[in-house]
Design a protein around this ligand. Structure first.
Ligand code: SF4
Ligand code: SF4
Length: 276
């Protein structure tokens, strides 16, 4: 087991063991991990990681500070697949977040400095404008890397087509999700992200919907699997848009994989006469 030079996790150095540091930050007990590897099996980036998600968990259990030097904690895309799959209900995604914070706190040089720089610029711009102006983000990021004109050709193409704004705009305050009117008679479409931060938005916008459709497979899986935690008044089936298309083309419920959902959509679809 390697340890980070000069910062072995001990109270004498002012650093609590990882288990305590993670518990203090996000309330997660990493010792509950039993190394079943389900997180790693589902992680879309595991092949690019130097430490797979389950290895990160094991390193933490062993109090191995070298995990802070890993590329994995910077490459993690926060997609929540690992957290959704974990049979021990461990929020591995938040553990990855906590490790990035811990690495910064201890002054560990990020294994991928570009991602660290991108994150910092992104968060500062989001804090200032309330949203992230893409053109400014890439301009500042390229400047920080000494490659100001990188992707300039692509940027120009996007600008010409109105898909990129040169002048940043501030977020208008006071915008909040509008509840679905007469939702029980509609098929809902969920346009937001199903990650932790917007679960509440989902709760508010879709509370009255009979069914929610997503375009993103991750949102589909997360909303279906995590919905019981939202404590809605009643379960709302979640379908991926392609499942609705399969039904519309008449290929039937087996082809649409309706039986794989945690919240069974078939009763609602039958009520709406979208299924025989
Ligand atoms: S899925 Fe959960 S219990 Fe299994 S290895 Fe990953 S973190 Fe540990
Ligand atoms: S949140 Fe990170 S570690 Fe978890 S599955 Fe997604 S990319 Fe992998």
């Amino acid at each position: 087991m390697s340890t980070l030079a000069g910062s072995a996790a001990s109270p004498a150095n002012g650093f609590a063991p990882f288990a305590e540091a993670i518990r203090a930050q996000i309330g997660e007990n990493i010792h509950r991990c039993w190394q079943c590897v389900k997180c790693t099996s589902g992680c879309p980036l595991a092949e690019q990681f130097d430490l797979a998600p389950n290895q990160v968990m094991r390193a933490l259990q062993l109090n191995d500070a070298s995990v802070l030097e890993s590329r994995a904690i910077w490459l993690c895309a926060s997609c929540h697949t690992c957290a959704t799959r974990c049979p021990r209900d461990i929020d591995v995604t938040s553990v990855m977040d906590a490790l990035r914070i811990e690495a910064r706190r201890r002054g560990v040089r990020p294994a991928i400095p570009e991602i660290h720089a991108f994150n910092s610029i992104f968060m500062r711009l989001a804090g200032f404008f309330g949203r992230v102006p893409e053109a400014l983000l890439m301009g500042v990021f390229n400047l920080a890397r000494g490659k100001l004109f990188r992707d300039a050709g692509l940027g120009w193409q996007l600008l010409r087509r109105g898909r990129l704004k040169l002048v940043p705009a501030f977020v208008h305050p006071g915008r909040s999700p509008t509840p679905v009117a007469n939702g029980a008679n509609k098929v809902g479409y969920f346009p937001g992200c199903a990650s932790e931060g917007s679960a509440f938005e989902y709760d508010r916008t879709a509370r009255a919907a009979a069914l929610v459709a997503t375009m993103c497979p991750m949102c589909h899986m997360n909303l279906d699997a995590r919905q019981p935690r939202l404590a809605l008044e009643s379960d709302i089936p979640v379908l991926h848009a392609t499942q609705l298309m399969v039904l519309a083309f008449g290929a039937g419920e087996r082809a649409a994989l309706l039986g794989t959902a945690i919240i069974d959509p078939r009763p609602v679809l039958k009520t709406k006469r979208l299924l025989d």
